[in-house]
Ligand binder design. Structure first.
Ligand SMILES: NC(=O)c1ccc[n+]([C@@H]2O[C@H](COP(=O)([O-])OP(=O)(O)OC[C@H]3O[C@@H](n4cnc5c(N)ncnc54)[C@H](O)[C@@H]3O)[C@@H](O)[C@H]2O)c1
Ligand SMILES: O=C(O)[C@H](O)COP(=O)(O)O
Length: 326
């Protein structure tokens, strides 16, 4: 049997393709609950809670494939997995719409002080002057990272009558024109946008992309959104800019350390926060779990795996030959 450990929360329905296979056994448990049998699992399915470290990979000596039911693979030591011949796959488009919608909910909430006003009314106050907001119409939204999610955010911004300025190193002018957005340099987006939202992966290159120096290049009164990954924005620099009034507000779904219990940012009155909810919809979770399950099943059947982040399309090769099915 091909043993699949599902160590983060995923909907049962999404795991159906694996559960229904006669070749596969699915075990849904935390890593801590299966410490003694880590060497018996052939596949590991995770979201962002399980940290697939070098140490864990070394213990999982029978592991062939790690499936990330989501996009970001920064919680997985992909280099170590590659060294060990372990394929890492993700579900690149299953949660795109959910994250774009959450980003837009955060932008709207930030501009109209909805979370703060909600708390105020529930505290029996009726303060209509403290929560005067700003329209989105006519404002410039700066998008850093124009991939799947950035593109969907842009479509929604345009529907609100916003202008969209974009920086992405792989963006072409042709695509920008087609999408009705303005392609600019990183610095130009920083200096022109009323609201900046980041949608890059967290990599060595994007870590601290918004820092003390780059935040200083933004417009006074800018609002900053992060529904991508903690660490893309340096939290200390953001807090300083909020405290000195350069940044008017921030909406954060992700944090350098999660949960952000020691972050002073969450106490700032102009910061609104959610607990990494971007992909947390029924639809997105069903999509990503189903996609990852179908991919693992393809692997089990010896078919090409299409969404590997560390190996190109895997056909029958040395890695897959190691897998012996009864
Ligand atoms: N909050 C959540 O729950 C949630 C859910 C899904 C994804 N995410 C995060 O969002 C990220 C983006 O997801 P996606 O599906 O749009 O990925 P994607 O791969 O489709 O797009 C990422 C884009 O970022 C661009 N990019 C890379 N480096 C850059 C840089 N230095 N400056 C500007 N652009 C750069 C890439 O060229 C690419 O176009 C994921 O990597 C993940 O970390 C968060
Ligand atoms: O990269 C992603 O897909 C998101 O961060 C989702 O993370 P989650 O699966 O823990 O909700």
């Amino acid at each position: 049997m091909f043993r699949v450990l599902v160590s983060d929360k995923m909907p049962n329905e999404g795991l159906k393709p694996l559960r229904e296979s006669e070749f596969v056994e699915v075990i849904q448990k935390n890593i801590t609950e299966v410490e003694d049998e880590l060497n018996t699992f052939n596949a590991l399915l995770v979201r962002s809670d399980t940290k697939v470290t070098k140490e864990l990979l070394k213990k999982m000596t029978s592991l062939k494939i790690v499936g990330r039911a989501g996009v970001g693979v920064d919680n997985i030591d992909v280099d170590e997995a590659t060294k060990q011949g372990v394929i890492v796959i993700n579900a690149p488009n299953g949660n795109t719409i959910s994250v774009a919608e959450h980003t837009f909910a955060m932008i709207s909430s930030l501009m109209r002080h909805i979370p703060q006003a909600n708390i105020s009314v529930k505290s029996k106050e009726w303060n209509r002057t403290a929560f005067v907001g700003s329209e989105l119409y006519g404002k410039i939204l700066g998008i850093i990272g124009f991939g799947r999610i950035g593109t969907e955010v842009a479509k929604r911004a345009k529907a609100f009558g916003m202008k969209v300025h974009v920086f992405d190193p792989i963006l072409t002018r042709e695509r920008a024109n087609k999408m009705g957005v303005e392609m600019l340099s990183f610095d130009e987006v920083l200096s022109s946008a009323d609201i900046i939202t980041v949608h890059t992966p967290l990599t060595e290159e994007t870590k601290g992309l918004l820092n003390k120096d780059t935040i200083a290049k933004t417009k006074k009164g800018v609002r900053i959104i992060n529904c991508a990954r903690g660490g893309i924005i340096e939290e200390e620099a953001l807090l300083e800019a909020l405290e000195n009034g350069h940044v008017a507000g921030a909406a954060l779904d992700v944090f350098e350390v999660e949960p952000p219990i020691h972050s002073k940012l969450i106490d700032h009155p102009s910061v609104i926060v959610t607990p990494h909810l971007g992909a947390s919809t029924k639809e997105a979770q069903l999509n990503v779990a189903t996609q990852i399950s179908e991919e693992v099943l393809r692997f089990v059947k010896g078919l090409p795996v299409m969404s590997s982040v560390n190996f190109p399309i895997i056909k029958k090769d040395k890695i897959q030959e190691k897998l012996v099915l009864n």
